[in-house]
Each structure stands twice: as structure tokens, then as C-alpha cells.
Write a protein that binds this ligand. Sequence first.
Ligand code: NDP
Length: 285
Amino acid sequence: MAIIIEGKVLAKKIREQLKIKCDEIKEKNIIPKLAVIMVGDNPASKIYVKNKSKACEEVGIQYEEFLLPEDTNQEELLELIQKLNEDKKIHGILLQSPVPENIDIMKAFEKIDYRKDVDGFNPINVGKLATNQDCFVSCTPYGIIKMFEEYNIDLEGKNVVILGRSNIVGKPLAQCCLQKNATVTICHSKTKNLKDITKNADILISAIGKEKFVTQDMIKNNSVIIDVGINRTKEGKVVGDVDFENIKEKASYITPVPGGVGPMTIAMLLNNVIKATQKNLRNKD
Ligand code: NDP
């Protein structure tokens, strides 16, 4: 029976530590501030943004939302980002995805000042991560690494298999695991004989977005299973990619959905806003 990795509990502990740091910054008459841009009216994004604003409030980070209509064009979005880049009161900028199809999201991420890029999606931060330099690490991978650290799960020499190669989860996560000396395999929709690969994983991380995609017969005995997926069942329940009930009997550690990776992602966002504010302060010294 696997140990459940309680992301929710760890995230709360991290938020409490961040609140102390935030209060220290406020003593210098600076209020850490996050700007969140949302383009269009995506219902899932609205929920994510609401959760982020609540978490900011809890820690004492100021939060401002910029809601742009669905028909916003690229230029208008880039202009807003430029304005926020120049605003000295704003320390972190987040562009909520997805954006409408007419917008090139990579151009928008590129426009965000890398020093305010608390999501770690600007190519400068992506490149710094790939070359082991100090940077803003994308929040979901960063949160997963924190969970490994908290539960003393050593990655050195382990076979880590990541399902999903997105820019926001799979790829940066592979870099983070490499830094921890793991042997990393990334799988995607064109991967052949997936089960042969997953069965060899000491640590299997699924970031696909398909309910019950990872089944018991796909995993190795006593492996660590991290479930990034967020899926909604026909009944409206939130579930991950992993067949949790059956897999928990075979794994050594497993993250639940909800209450696993999700809260850690938000905690790492707050962490990055505090880090951005502290860096900004140091540059003024
Ligand atoms: P994307 O849709 O960008 O990427 C999904 C990846 O899964 C792609 O690389 C795709 O391959 C791969 N894939 C799809 N089907 C298969 C298959 N049958 N076999 C192997 N690989 C497959 O998703 P994201 O990375 O943005 O998100 C993944 C999931 O994680 C979603 O459920 C999302 O909601 C959730 N998520 C959760 C977060 C959290 O905080 N808990 C944060 C971010 C995301 P290909 O590249 O070939 O298309």
C-alpha cells in the first residue's frame, strides 16, 4: 500500500513560510505584487485564476487581474505586457493559458520580462533551466521536485519516465529531474510500446490529461507515481491520469488528484513571486 504524497498539506506549510517572507518584505514598504492576464472566457481558467488569487491573498501578495476580451489581438496583449513590465509595483506577471487561437502564446511569453516571469515560460528562463543557472522554474515541475525533497525520494540513478512533452510540464520537468541525476525518458503520443517503457520506471510522472490512462499493469512494483493530470469525469468529479485506487496497492508513493500536484503548483507560483520581489529589492541595494 503506497504512501500518499500529501501535496495539499505540504503546500500549506510552504504558504506559511512564504507569509513570513512576505511580511519581512513589507517591513521595507514593498508589497509583492502579481499581475495575472486572462484573455477570453475559459471556465477552467477562471477557476485556476480564482484559486491563485485566494492563495496570494492568504500569503499577503497583492494581486491584480487583467481580463481581456476574446477578440483581443496580439498587439494589444503585447502592449499590456509591456506596460506591466515597466510597472515598478508589479513583481510577477502571469499569462493564463489557454489563449484564443489568434494569439501566439510563445510571443507573449517572450515579451514578459524574464525577471517578472514567475511561470518560467520565457525562453530566457527555459534556457537558464536547461543550463543549470538560477532562474524561475515552471511551477508544476518545481512543485513536484519539492514533493520529492519533502518525502526524501532520491532521484539519483533512478529511471524517471515522464508521460507528456509540453513546454509547461513535461520538458521543464525532464530538466529538473536531470539536475537531480535521474535517467530521464520522455514519452508522447508517438511513443511506441509505451507499457514496456513505463514498466521500467522507478518514478513515473503522468502529464497527459486522460482519465485512467495509467493502469496497474503499466507500472513497476514499488514505483513512485506522480499524477499531474486534471480531468473532469462525466459526473463532474476532478480526477487525474492515474487509476489511483488500483495503483495505490502496487506503488510505494502516489499523489492524489485533487490534493497532490495542483496545490503545489500554486505554492510554487507564490514562491516565485516572493523570489522576484526579493531579487528586485537586491538589485536596488
Ligand atoms: P498538453 O496537452 O500540452 O500535453 C499533453 C501531452 O500528453 C502531449 O505531450 C501529448 O503528446 C501527450 N499525450 C497525449 N496522448 C498521449 C498518449 N496516448 N500516449 C502518450 N502521450 C500522450 O497538456 P499539459 O502538459 O498542459 O497538461 C497535461 C495535463 O496536466 C492536463 O490534464 C492538465 O490539465 C494537467 N495540468 C495540471 C497542472 C497541475 O497543477 N496539476 C498544471 C498543468 C497541467 P504529443 O506532444 O505527441 O501531442
